[in-house]
Design a protein around this ligand. Structure first.
Ligand code: PLP
Length: 601
């Protein structure tokens, strides 16, 4: 794997040119040039680079594809979309999204009171707001207030009690009523790992009995004019389109039956989210194109409307992952390669060494390309024997240190002599000769889905991409937790470069991290959100907008409710003023590692 699967996951957003990972837009800046510009401002630690032009591309592609299919099929409904705020609520992401979606009337979906407040504050008035999830009286009241402000808002009810509350609030406040949508509990489930969001056992939605009950209740309370939408969501990251087709048929018939019963303003089917993103560098996981997806939705809904003699519904989607994932890259500086501890300069051979160590020394000196594989094998065997000898007390600590250094040097020398074609051979030994890369980031904060559900993310170094990566790599984060590790997996092998970090820096990019990771992340070891920056293009020029540094130590402590004046007062005790000034400087820096050099460097 020499191009890190970029053809699978990048969708042409990033390319490799002259050994560098580059943004495939306008002046095509390299990611490393952007990283260097940010780090020159003394922002160390991990970085989140956001590219609003990629979000814009996704919004445009979504609307253009659906509108093309609508024209092709002479479909009479319109296409509409909202961004589900739970996928990324951060202002640095949301403000450009709203701006970029304005020409399409791209709206927002809210699943909690806080998200609804974001939507009713910032959504363009012409763009729709949908409200999902479990709602209390206060949340429903907020939706009425949003409607009063002029928003085009639809409350999608998950249970009959929510409908009762809507009726109650209207009687109580006489505010204009939001539109009402019914989330239906389909018997067809989804595909992919989040499939449990759909299906008869799902947490959400109304059964057919409840739908009829809701319809009667709406009619009795003379609110039929507000019933406008049928909603379903069969799960995130759908890898196949088949379950969607089933869900469309089911919901299409529910829509048509309610219309024929008398729901005259019912005019939309909201198909939820679920468009998948390619996360793997090794194999494709999405088995449909957006064009196919759009055509299937339109064709199926047109067919049912015709069959039942009703108007073709407007279509709403709530895809979040598809819109946001590609827009963000996490960049982590490599702090250390663990085998660098085994530098030759530390080798201290004795006048007389145990025979196996003499043998290792000879293997190292005599190794040539032809013998590299065999000698590496022998060295690994000898090392195991030497460790047993140490446990039995036959060799001392200096011998053991020499054995470790020589074995690592032999492995390094052998790998550097292997050709690309030898990779398959190398893989057989990977478990034994992997290099551990220590990365300045927290897995828990920045890749929570990797930690929680083994979600794969594409990984690629930002530089050296014209050189053969020779080390089978496992990645460690800086938390004090052994779960903060991406171990080497020979089935999905990651190879990285053998770098002397005393001479040059090396950064890894984790791609497609713009969906869900930002706010699902947690502050294990109090590592907070990385420094983030929006990378925008003014004509050809790259401009770094909205640089937000990772929280300072004192702010992190304040966030978890420590009294920071008390902390400062206590720290001042028994310290002279100059020492305290240094301490105060540290309190005002972020929590990630800043210096990686030893005192002599
Ligand atoms: N709409 C609803 C109701 C959801 O529950 C979800 C996510 O689970 C989404 C939209 C967004 O899904 P995705 O990000 O996979 O497009």
């Amino acid at each position: 794997l020499n191009n890190y699967g970029i053809d699978i996951w990048s969708d042409d957003n990033f390319v490799i040119e002259k050994g560098l990972a580059k943004v495939n837009f306008k002046s095509k800046p390299s990611l490393i040039s952007i990283v260097k510009e940010v780090r020159e401002q003394d922002f160390k630690g991990p970085l989140l680079l956001r590219f609003p032009h990629i979000t814009k591309k996704q919004i445009t592609t979504l609307y253009d594809t659906f509108n093309t299919s609508i024209d092709e099929y002479n479909y009479n409904g319109t296409f509409n979309a909202v961004f589900p705020l739970k996928v990324n609520q951060l202002p640095t992401f949301i403000h450009p999204l709203i701006q970029n979606g304005k020409e399409y009337n791209y709206g927002l979906e809210a699943g909690s009171k806080a998200e609804l407040v974001i939507a009713m504050t910032y959504n363009n008035l012409n763009s729709p707001i949908t409200v999902n999830g479990f709602k209390d009286k206060e949340m429903i009241h907020l939706a009425f207030i949003a409607r009063s402000k002029g928003h085009n808002i639809t409350l999608i009810i998950e249970g009959i009690n929510e409908l009762e509350t809507i009726i109650g609030i209207q009687e109580e406040t006489h505010l204009p009523c939001p539109n009402i949508g019914l989330r239906v509990r389909l018997h067809s489930g989804g595909s992919g790992i989040w499939a449990k969001s759909g299906g008869i056992n799902s947490k959400f939605g109304l059964t057919s009995t409840e739908i009829l009950e809701a319809y009667e209740m709406i009619k009795e309370n003379e609110m039929i004019e507000y019933l406008t939408m049928i909603h379903f969501h069969i799960g995130s990251a759908m890898n196949s389109i088949k379950p969607l087709k089933k869900a469309l048929r089911e919901s299409g018939h529910i829509y048509a039956e309610l219309k024929n019963l008398g729901a005259e303003n019912l005019n939309a089917i909201n198909i939820g989210g679920g468009l998948a993103v390619e996360y793997s560098a090794y194999e494709r996981n999405r088995f449909y194109s957006l064009r196919e997806f759009a055509s299937d939705v339109i064709f199926t809904l047109r067919d049912i409307a015709k069959q039942k003699g009703v108007d073709e519904p407007n279509i709403f989607t709530e895809s979040g992952r598809f819109i946001s994932a590609a827009s963000t890259v996490l960049v982590t500086p490599v702090l250390e390669l663990f085998s660098s501890e085994y530098d030759l300069e530390h080798l201290k051979l004795k006048e007389s060494n145990p025979p196996l160590i003499e043998e290792l020394n000879l293997l190292f000196k005599d190794m040539v390309k032809k013998t590299s594989y065999e000698y590496m094998h022998d060295a690994i065997d000898h090392m195991e024997s030497l460790l047993t000898l140490f446990d039995l007390g036959y060799i001392d600590l200096q011998d053991r240190s020499n054995a470790e250094i020589l074995t690592h040097q032999i492995i390094k020398k052998a790998i550097s002599q292997l050709e690309v074609e030898d990779y398959e051979e190398l893989k057989r030994l990977d478990e034994n000769i992997q290099e551990k890369y220590l990365l300045n980031f927290s897995m828990f904060q920045s890749l929570p889905d990797y930690w929680g559900i083994d979600q794969e993310f594409p990984i690629m170094p930002l530089t050296h991409l014209n050189k053969k990566p020779t080390r089978s790599a496992s990645l460690w984060d800086i938390t004090c937790d052994s779960d903060g590790e991406l171990p080497f997996d020979s089935k999905k092998a990651l190879y990285l470069h053998d770098i002397d970090l005393n001479k040059e820096e090396y950064f890894l990019g984790f791609f497609n991290v713009g969906a869900y990771q930002d706010t699902l992340g947690m502050k294990h070891n109090l590592f907070s959100h990385p420094t983030e920056v929006n990378v925008v293009f003014k004509d050809e020029e790259v401009v770094l907008e909205k640089v937000i540094e990772s929280q300072t130590i004192i702010d992190i402590l304040e966030d978890i409710d420590y009294d920071t004046s008390d902390i400062k007062n206590r720290l001042k005790e028994n310290l002279d003023i100059n020492t305290y000034k240094i301490l105060e400087k540290y309190l005002n820096e972020n929590n990630y590692l800043k210096t990686i050099w030893s005192y002599n460097d």
